[in-house]
Design a protein around this ligand. Sequence first.
Ligand code: PDD
Length: 289
Amino acid sequence: MMQNLAWIDGTVVELSSAKVSLEDRAYLLGDGVYEVIRYYDRCLFYIDAHLDRLQNSARAIRLMLPYRRAEMIAAADDLIAKSGYDNGYLYLQVTRGSAKRDHLFPEESTPSMIMYVREMPPLTPLEQVKPLHLITLPDERWLNCHIKTVNLLPNLLARQKAFESGAAEAILYRPDGVVTEGTRSNFFAVIDRVVRTHPATNLILPGISRQIVLDILVEKKISYQEEALTLEELQKATEVWVTSTNMEVNPARSIDSLILPAPVPGPVCLIMMKEFRSRIAASCNRNEH
Ligand code: PDD
């Protein structure tokens, strides 16, 4: 039987009947961090990198993860097996637990972790990936964007605005014109034959998919720079793509009024899409040692 299942601090329940406390600090105050991890053929893709980032996010908000890595991986694998979906994503959230509402951290509360799985279609064949239209919008987020927190309102507002203007994603820029990332993706552009992406600073989320693309660029000896690029420079882009757990590597056909030259995906993006897929195909090897 296939079913959406949730794991709440060790207890497995049907997702639709899963309950957490009304006073959970993530619910009342956004006091929590999360991960979204894709799985293909029941193999969690880059699970270690995601759990490293979860650890960093938790540390940054002064939260101790309540479980050891091996326990989290065992619970996740078990949930995927019980759910019965071959392809999907695992959502994982850690909060400071339930306590009387107060801006101060509670003296006594136990951090809480939830996970759930939802089905997703298998990986889209390369030829069927649809190039996106993107728009640029001001980046109204705080200065700790490297923390994967559940406080996502600025991202949601920009994403909604993009949707309402017919764009699949909004690419955000700071007041100085520096392009940071998307509302739920990292951003790459090819400018003067060099691949450019914002460095992994406090202004972006260090995406797992972003890092995979950087690894591929190194392996393929393609020149790239992790250097801030501006809206002005973007006008010279010959290729643009976004990366994320849910979108993998997805090319853009246009950004604002700029139409990118055909073919889309361009030559560099095509290599990234192909190599990204090879890594997905190889990811099940994790279970074989
Ligand atoms: N978002 N930047 C932001 C702001 C993101 O929210 C995400 C991912 C990324 C890409 O990171 P990764 O390659 O590790 O998925 C970049 C997830 C998928 C989400 O919130 O649904």
